[in-house]
Design a protein around this ligand. Sequence first.
Ligand SMILES: [Fe+2]
Length: 258
Amino acid sequence: MLIAQISDCHLTKDNACDERGVDRLAQLQRAVDFLQEQWPELDAVVVSGDVSDDGTAASYAQAKDALAHLPCPAFVLPGNHDLREPMRTAFAAQGYLPAQGPLCYAQRIGDLQIVALDSLEEGQVAGVFCEQQATWLEGQLKASAETPTLVFVHHPPFATGLTGVDEICLREGRERFWEVLAPHPQVLGVASGHIHHAMSAVHHRTAGALLVSTCQGLACQFHHDLIGDAMGGASIDPLALRLFKYADGQLSAHLRSL
Ligand SMILES: [Fe+2]
């Protein structure tokens, strides 16, 4: 099984280039072309939030059109720059988003289940994991105890190892999130976006260790100083995406430059 993660496209209604002259739609199309050409055997692609920068219907229409060229199903989840209702409307025809409430869903992809959470609190940079989602996730994991699962949530619900970053990640409900995951060894990984930087770590919970990771941003990469406390400037890291491979009961995470 091969699942690709792309993140933080930050599309805008008029596809305006950012202050560095980056054409964000072109970056997304480049990622789609790369996956189509290099990985035709892909099972699914997940866009882990900040699909849009301005929450407009036009930006979601651009994303939908670009993702339609993938060789496999694509799934989106909201980030702090997204707006829930325009996103729900734009991707309604794909059938995986709920008609109301948080944009959480579970999808069986061959041997694997992907679970997407909605950590968006509109108008806020940091994310939340609310009780409504906790109840839903608990029920979902109990009902799929035998299915290896990869959870996607825009705001990292784990320590990133980066100074100053964790306070803008999953701010509310982090303990509750891990309380829900604690008894479920079938959850093999938690994958996030938001920090426009790729990291991975081992996280320990009652049911054993699992892989936690983030992904590069397609719109831009942030520089995070691993020693001091500088953060937020532009990085020279290459544009990249993640590939998750699941084989022989093991989940592994890989980075691929575009
Ligand atoms: Fe972002």
